[in-house]
Design a protein around this ligand. Structure first.
Ligand SMILES: [Fe+2]
Ligand SMILES: [Fe+2]
Length: 419
C-alpha cells in the first residue's frame, strides 16, 4: 500500500483506505476499484493523494523515473547533490525530498535540454567549518539600534495597531474586530479574496468580514490581517541585493507549506503557521535595508564558502536575520507564537523545538529545496532531525504537500501582491 498522487492514479487501482477530502468529508470507501469517474470526483474535490493497494511508494517513484533518459536523471542527481550538500541524505524525509527534487529537475531538463548544459550551482561547495567560525569577532552591530536608529521603517498602518490591541483585549468581541477590519477596504478585499481562495476550499462564497470572522475565528482572521499589513511596510529594499518578488514567493511558499503540514496534524488553527512562514525571513529585509554593503558581504560569503546565509550573517554581523526578525516582531507587539516562529525557524538548540518552529523549519527547507522563490539562500538548509520527529508525519506527506502547495502559491501571490 502507498500514498499515491492523484496524477499517478490509474483506473483499475484499488483504494486501500476510505477516501476523504481535505475537510474530512467522506468520498469513496476502502476497496473501491477506481474508474475514470472516480478520478474526476477526486480532482473536483481537491484530493491530492489516496492510499492504493498493491503498490509501494518506491515503485511509484521508480515508475516515474523509468520514463526519463538515465543520462538526464544522472545529471539532475548530480546537481541536486550539490544543492543538498549541507543535508544528511540518509535521513528518510530528506532523502524523499531529494528524490522529488531530482525528478522535478530531470523532468524540466527533458523538456528543455539547454538546462543540461549549464550548471546553476557550479560554485556550490561543502562549507569549511573554520570559514564560518574563525573570523567571528562577536557582535559588531546592535540589532535593537538597527531597528530604532539605522532605518526609518515606514510606519505600520493604524489599523495594524487597532487589530493588535483588539486581539490582546479579552473583552473585545468578534463584531468589534470585524468592524475594525471592515474599515480598511483594501485589507478587507485582500482578506476576503484569501478566504475565498482554493486554499480554504469553503463550499460557499464568504461575502463579508463578519462572516469570515464567524467561520475562520477572530484570532485566526486577525493573525492573517496582521501578516497582510506587515508585508506592505517593505518596499525600499535594494534590488541588487534581493529580488523582492522572489523573496515573497519564497515566504508565501513557506507559509503555505507550513499551513498544509499543520493541517495534517489535525490542527485547525493554522493561520499562525501561514503568517509565521510568511514572515520567517523578514529580518533579512531589515538587514538589507539598514546595512546593505555588509549584507552584500554575507551573501558573498555564503555563496563562496557554501555555508548557510544565517551562519555568514552571524559571522560578519554578529547576529542573524532570525534574531533581527524576532526583535522586529517584538517591537511590533505581534503575538509571541509568531515571534518564536521567526526567531527560531533555523533551530539552533533543541530547546527551540516546538510544533510551530519545527513546522516552519521544515516548510523553509521544502520551499528552498523546491526552488519556489528565494530569500538569498544558495543551498538547501539542513534538517534538524528532532524537528522532523516533533511533527511526527510520514515521509509520504512530503509528496502530497508539494502537490497541494503548488496550486495555492500563485493564487496567494496574486492576492497579496497584485499591486
Ligand atoms: Fe531564515
Ligand atoms: Fe527562508
Amino acid at each position: 500500500m502507498a500514498n499515491v498522487n492523484v496524477a499517478q492514479i490509474e483506473p483499475g487501482m484499488v483504494l486501500a483506505d476510505d477516501l476523504k477530502d481535505q475537510n474530512g468529508r467522506f468520498l469513496l470507501a476502502k476497496g473501491v476499484e477506481l474508474s475514470d469517474k472516480h478520478l474526476k470526483i477526486m480532482k473536483t474535490w481537491g484530493v491530492v493523494e489516496a492510499d492504493i493497494e498493491g503498490v509501494t511508494e518506491q515503485e511509484m517513484g521508480e515508475k516515474q523515473a523509468a520514463d526519463i533518459d538515465p543520462k538526464i536523471l544522472e545529471k539532475a542527481e548530480e546537481i541536486e547533490k550539490q544543492r543538498f550538500i549541507l543535508s544528511d541524505l540518509k535521513h528518510e524525509a530528506v532523502h524523499h525530498l531529494f528524490q522529488i527534487c531530482v525528478l522535478r529537475r530531470a523532468k524540466k531538463m527533458s523538456i528543455n535540454p539547454d538546462l543540461m548544459k549549464s550548471d546553476p550551482f557550479e560554485t556550490a561547495t561543502a562549507p569549511e567549518e573554520s570559514a564560518v567560525s574563525e573570523n567571528s569577532k562577536g557582535p559588531k552591530y546592535d540589532p535593537k539600534k538597527i531597528i530604532r536608529n539605522r532605518i526609518k521603517l515606514p510606519s505600520l498602518p493604524t489599523i495594524f495597531h487597532q487589530i493588535n490591541e483588539a486581539i490582546n483585549d479579552p473583552k473585545c468581541s468578534a463584531t468589534h474586530i470585524a468592524n475594525i477590519i471592515s474599515k480598511d477596504q483594501s485589507l478587507s478585499a485582500r482578506l476576503l479574496q484569501l478566504v475565498n481562495s482554493a486554499f480554504y476550499n469553503f463550499p460557499s462564497k464568504i461575502e463579508t468580514i463578519t462572516r469570515a470572522v464567524a467561520i475562520i475565528g477572530t484570532k485566526q482572521l486577525s493573525t492573517l490581517s496582521l501578516g497582510t499589513c506587515a508585508l506592505a511596510v517593505f518596499k525600499d529594499v535594494p534590488s541588487d541585493l534581493i529580488d523582492m518578488k522572489s523573496f515573497w514567493e519564497h515566504s508565501i511558499a513557506c507559509g503555505i507549506i507550513a499551513r498544509i503540514l499543520a493541517s495534517y496534524k489535525n490542527n485547525t488553527l493554522t493561520e499562525r503557521f501561514f503568517v509565521g512562514g510568511l514572515l520567517h525571513d523578514i529580518g533579512r529585509l531589515i538587514l538589507f535595508m539598514s546595512i546593505p554593503e555588509i549584507s552584500k558581504e554575507t551573501l558573498l560569503k555564503a555563496k563562496e564558502t557554501g555555508c548557510m546565509l544565517h551562519q555568514a550573517e552571524n559571522d560578519i554581523i554578529g547576529f542573524d536575520h532570525s534574531k533581527m526578525g524576532g526583535i522586529l516582531l517584538k517591537e511590533w507587539k505581534l503575538p509571541m507564537s509568531l515571534e518564536n516562529i521567526v526567531r527560531f525557524h533555523h533551530i539552533k538548540t533543541e530547546s527551540q523545538i516546538q510544533l510551530d518552529t519545527a513546522v516552519v523549519h521544515i516548510a523553509d527547507i521544502m520551499a528552498n529545496a523546491l526552488e519556489i522563490g528565494n530569500s538569498g539562500e544558495h543551498n538547501v538548509p539542513p534538517l534538524v532531525p528532532k524537528a522532523w520527529a516533533e511533527i511526527g508525519l510520514s515521509t509520504g506527506i512530503i509528496t502530497a504537500t508539494v502537490d497541494q502547495a503548488k496550486h495555492h502559491i500563485d493564487e496567494t501571490m496574486q492576492i497579496l501582491f497584485r499591486n
